[in-house]
Ligand binder design. Structure first.
Ligand SMILES: [Zn+2]
Length: 77
């Protein structure tokens, strides 16, 4: 067995824990970004004529209502 000082051992364990935590953080951050992007790129609309709410892919300022065909402006939050 290799003789290791307690301080060195504890530093090694703490470093390994930090590395694991950082790895998990980066992993979940990337995963979250990948999952959220397609939803964020959709535009939401509320029809002023029939009241229906709908969404369309990509960011756009106007889209026709699927129910009555009226042109509506994108909702802003
Ligand atoms: Zn409508």
């Amino acid at each position: 067995m290799i003789p290791v000082e307690l301080g060195t051992f504890l530093a090694l364990v703490a470093g390994l824990g930090c590395a694991l935590l950082l790895g998990a953080w980066v992993w979940y951050d990337r995963r979250e970004a990948l999952l959220a992007d397609p939803r964020r790129l959709r535009s939401a609309f509320a029809c002023t004529r029939c009241g229906r709410t709908y969404s369309r892919p990509r960011l756009r300022e106007e889209a026709p209502c699927p129910g009555c065909g009226a042109n509506n402006v994108r909702l802003r939050f």
